[in-house]
Design a protein around this ligand. Sequence first.
Ligand SMILES: Cc1cc2nc3c(=O)[nH]c(=O)nc-3n(C[C@H](O)[C@H](O)[C@H](O)COP(=O)(O)OP(=O)(O)OC[C@H]3O[C@@H](n4cnc5c(N)ncnc54)[C@H](O)[C@@H]3O)c2cc1C
Length: 322
Amino acid sequence: MSIIVFSENRNGKLKKNSIEAVVYAQSIAAATSKPVVAVSVGNVDDQELALLAKYGATKIVSVTDQNWLAHDSREYTKLVAEISEKENADTILFSHSNMGKAIAPRLSVRLKAGLISGVVALPESFAPITVKRKAYNGAAFQLVTVKSDKAILTLNPNSCAIKENPVSLNIEPYTPQTAYNAETKIESVDVVTGKVILTEANIVVSGGRGLKSGDNWNLIEDLATVLNAGLACSRPVSDEGWRSHEEHVGQTGKIIAPDLYIAVGISGAIQHIGGVSGSKVIVAIDKDKDAPIFKYADYGIVGDAFAVMPKMIESFKKFKNS
Ligand SMILES: Cc1cc2nc3c(=O)[nH]c(=O)nc-3n(C[C@H](O)[C@H](O)[C@H](O)COP(=O)(O)OP(=O)(O)OC[C@H]3O[C@@H](n4cnc5c(N)ncnc54)[C@H](O)[C@@H]3O)c2cc1C
């Protein structure tokens, strides 16, 4: 039996969540003596793949076939199923990312494997596997046990602490037996450049309806620039068209878990908190001292964002230049 980790990359660079997933797998491997097999699809060179071995992947199955570079969830499901069977896997790990959320349920049906999504911590037990996940949109936690022979987990960011566990590098170039047969074709991809990627940012500055209008976003952007942070917003902000939906975090948006989340003029509705509660430190700025966001914040500033933000930006600039 083995543990499979589906690793994701962006333009050939492994995503942080892929390293986390390998570390998570390694902790299961340490308790069960199973090998950790990472699956990589794309133009990821050997030097980059070596990172997976540094964190404990005993084998890396690398698919670089040009036909497989365009992500299609249905086709990738078939590919991961094929590799899982070849590797005799009984545990398959994905990140709780758009890709993981799209492939894992399909794979669960195909392999008749129990699926636990949004796992937030290392397993409580291993045979059968029992893990903690978020429930009710982050308002509670559940302990869930997989009863089937095979288990699939999708891992929330920060579900385990990253630590190295170097093993020797073993890359297996792999040609899929399944033909890539997607019903859609990607004609072109426009990649946003020069921006901190929200889901991978260590610091995120996020604005809500309290900012009154998209015209005031220079405050959020200036603070993000000085902190080298990603930009986020609440759902009404993107619904109003003040910001793009790709910045919307929460139950219906992206789920993020940065080291520092700064919420400005965001009331702290449960649907918003569901997307950011994995953050290590939450700082809230709101003029209403009773705003629910302060229940979740580690640090709170009660005040008018239009007065507080310029002072914060100025102070951070001074601090950086000192
Ligand atoms: C099914 C469903 C799914 C949803 N999914 C999401 C989701 O994914 N993400 C999401 O964010 N929401 C989601 N929502 C909406 C959610 O319920 C809230 O309505 C939303 O999060 C509120 O956004 P907000 O905090 O920006 O606005 P508000 O709730 O209007 O809060 C604005 C805050 O700004 C403060 N404020 C006002 N002026 C100032 C000022 N000058 N300075 C400082 N503070 C000020 C106010 O005191 C208030 O606390 C969902 C709702 C439903 C029903």
